[in-house]
Write a protein that binds this ligand. Structure first.
Ligand code: IMP
Length: 201
């Protein structure tokens, strides 16, 4: 049996990354149907929001498998901010550039790179006709003083992977997918689905 799931996101960058992460698993990712408008994310955790998105889309596609994903950046010095607010950190009409600007401004008095520790976190919620399961992935890094690199999206230009000297935005998509929070969480999901549903990759 070839397994698949609807992905409960409108974010094309996430869809692209997730498809690439799962490309050799035999699991296919069906984009969210056009016209679906998700409610405001009100959860206090990535897990709550991921489940909320998956359950909402499940209510529309009914007997299908659905996966919800919620992710973001947690900065130690900012007590976990931007956290679940990552996408809208700089306000309602924000974009990646404005979010990064706000983040760097909040860390402007933090002059030692070692004090700029952060973590990217992804929660993945699988909702099928039989069950609900959660998978978590995270990766530790450091917030740079200025943005670097042109790949990726979101906070990628200011998230440096210790030991590489490079930000996520300076890595190729294959390199990022090798170590990202999203790939860790989705590989756990793939492993579970392959075992549970006996899918041959
Ligand atoms: P969500 O759509 O509510 O999960 O928002 C996720 C937000 O977190 C994105 O809009 C980005 O700002 C940030 N984010 C999540 N994952 C990544 C990543 O892999 N790179 C850079 N930013 C990310």
């Amino acid at each position: 049996m070839r397994l698949n799931f609807y992905l409960a996101t409108k974010n094309k960058n996430k869809l692209r990354e997730i498809r690439e992460i799962l490309k050799d698993t035999g699991i296919s990712v069906i984009p969210c149907p056009a016209g679906v408008v998700f409610p405001e994310e009100e959860g206090k955790t990535f897990e709550e929001n991921a489940l909320m998105k998956a359950r909402y889309l499940k209510g529309i596609v009914k007997n299908e498998n659905v996966v919800g994903e919620d992710s973001g950046l947690s900065v130690e010095r900012l007590n976990g901010l931007p956290g679940v607010l990552s996408a809208r950190f700089a306000g309602t009409d924000c974009d990646d550039r404005k979010n990064i600007k706000k983040l760097l401004a909040l860390l402007s008095d933090c002059e030692n790179i070692r004090d700029r520790r952060a973590e990217f976190i992804t929660a993945v919620a699988l909702v099928t006709p039989d069950e609900e399961k959660l998978f978590i992935g995270s990766v530790k890094g450091l917030i740079t003083f200025t943005p670097r690199g042109n790949n990726g999206f979101g906070y990628d230009p200011v998230f440096e992977i210790p030991g590489t000297g490079k930000t996520f935005a300076e890595l190729s998509s294959a390199e990022k997918n090798n170590l990202s929070h999203r790939s860790i969480a989705f590989r756990k999901l793939a492993k579970y689905m392959i075992k549970r549903y006996n899918v041959q990759s």
